[in-house]
Design a protein around this ligand. Structure first.
Ligand SMILES: *Cc1c(COP(=O)(O)O)cnc(C)c1O
Length: 485
């Protein structure tokens, strides 16, 4: 028998009143960050900076209200506030609120998506969402896919499928002869080299094609392919990127697709960041040629602005995915009519898996393709706007014209002209600016130069916030150069 006290706790936690405690915390967070009046992240002077939660595990339970109160005071108050319009950091969104509330439904139902009988509605919703995404890509009726934890898993799975197509025996025997080669751009995400290592291809067999304007140079790709041919090596896949991590730029999918088609090569497109441009009539042309790809990675948790973790992998021929996982688990997967299993677990990496597709479905219902496209346009327009503001000032310089919502730029400290000092000052500036609580940005190295980088993923950010960013950086920069070395 369940002890009476425990039964009462569980019953109390099932009620509307218990849920409202959490909803109130989130609603207060949204309200507080909505107008950008609070700090973006714990500031250097914050009394509870970096709490360690260093205490023994509680032996007994306590009241839910007490826990939620602590959660708000210690956890939330010291977190990075992505909902703040001055948060312009990594490629993680200020999530659409309708999708945030959907999380509780997904967890309450806890229907696992791997097996259709465990998740009758979840499987149907995932199939529908995948179908809509395949339609946006322009794939035909043979297409299919799976939701994933993100772009990393999607690209890993795509390359596993490419390996199965080239070396079906590798599943049982491993790679036997000389390892095939994977080709990607020099600015590609580390997901590709990592998958090379994970899949027994070897990270050293992932070859980088030089870039021009931060994207794969198609002429250089031909050269690399000819070189691999001359060595007598086989190509397992070519990976092009739609929305490069550092700069948000798009590879020429049409040109790269034509080269791959002529040579019969598997083209995978890493569209983790940029594939959501398909929703935007203004930006969709950047993806021209995408249907030439066998597989496409697309993260709704990036530019469809959903909460983590919501990724997707689409395949032009869904059978490529079941072939990738050439393994059967008869106790789980019961098969279906014909040869298509209704169980998503037969074509994806995870076993137990959340019904994250429901968040995509709710966002699509709430905003429609037109609304999601307009949200995409807004964050890209912000990057273009920042680019214009920078062009009008002497103290900053942009490194590229933005093709999406990412911009890399540099602060030009007055009176300093040696490159290593400018690099060092830009790095310090970013640290000091973030610690001030006024905003939050990232930094990277481009062409050997240290740069500042913003990723605009909050639809409540406006031009006034961008102006505040440049003014804030400039003011903190002036303090930096005034300090004795
Ligand atoms: C973010 C990103 C990834 C990794 O995706 P996750 O969702 O973080 O797993 C891969 N490729 C590109 C181009 C990305 O921008």
């Amino acid at each position: 028998m369940l002890p009476e006290e425990l039964r009462q706790s569980v019953d109390a936690d099932r009620t509307r009143e218990a849920g409202a405690l959490f909803v109130d915390v989130v609603a207060r967070y949204f309200a507080e960050t909505g107008y950008g009046e609070s700090a973006v992240s714990p500031t250097a002077g914050h009394p509870q900076r970096r709490p360690t939660f260093d205490e023994p595990m509680p032996a007994q339970g306590r009241a839910l209200s007490e826990i939620v109160e602590r959660l708000e005071r210690e956890f939330l108050a010291n977190a990075n506030r992505l909902s703040h319009p001055m948060y312009m950091g990594h490629q993680v969104a200020a999530p659409l609120p309708a999708a945030v509330w959907t999380e509780a439904v997904i967890a309450a139902l806890n229907n696992s998506i791997a097996v259709a009988e465990m998740s009758p509605t979840g499987t149907a919703v995932e199939e529908r969402v995948v179908r809509w995404m395949c339609d946006l890509v322009g794939y035909g009726p043979a297409a299919g896919g799976t939701l994933t934890s993100g772009g990393l898993e999607a690209t890993h799975t795509a390359l596993l499928a490419a390996r199965a197509a080239l070396e079906p025996e590798a599943w049982r025997h491993g790679i036997t002869g000389p390892a095939p080669v994977i080709i990607c751009g020099e600015h590609a995400h580390y997901a590709i080299a990592r998958a090379g290592g994970e899949l027994g291809i070897g990270a050293d067999n992932v070859r980088a094609v030089p870039s021009r304007d931060w994207k794969i140079d198609p002429a250089a790709l031909t050269g690399v392919l000819d070189g691999v041919n001359a060595e007598g090596r086989r190509v397992m896949a070519v990976v092009a990127t739609a929305g490069h991590t550092a700069t948000g730029s798009f590879d020429d999918l049409e040109a790269i697709g034509a080269i791959c088609e002529a040579r019969g090569l598997w083209l995978h497109i890493d569209g983790a960041h940029g594939a959501s441009a398909l929703l935007s009539p203004t930006h969709a042309a950047r993806l021209r040629g995408i249907t030439r790809a066998r597989t496409v990675a697309w993260d709704p948790h990036k530019l469809m602005l959903l909460p983590l973790a919501t990724g997707a992998l689409l395949a032009r021929d869904e059978r490529d995915l079941s072939a990738a996982f050439a393994q059967q688990a008869p106790y789980l997967f019961h098969g279906g009519d014909g040869d298509r299993s209704p169980d998503q677990g037969t074509r994806s990496f995870m076993c137990s898996r959340r019904a994250d597709a429901l968040k995509v479905w709710v966002a699509m219902q709430r905003y429609g393709a037109a609304g999601l496209g307009a949200l995409y346009d807004h964050v890209c327009a912000l990057a273009a706007s920042l680019h214009r503001m920078i062009a009008a000032r002497p103290d900053f310089v942009a490194l590229h014209t933005p093709e999406s919502n990412i911009l890399c730029f540099r602060w030009l400290p007055p009176g300093v002209d040696d490159e290593p000092t400018i690099d060092w000052l830009n790095l310090r500036l970013r640290e000091r600016y973030n610690a001030s609580g006024r905003g939050w940005i990232t930094s990277t190295v481009l062409d050997g130069r240290r740069v500042l980088r913003v990723t605009l993923m909050n639809v409540r950010t406006e031009d006034t916030h961008l102006a505040a960013l440049l003014d804030g950086l400039s003011a903190i920069g002036a303090e930096l150069v005034a300090e004795p070395a």
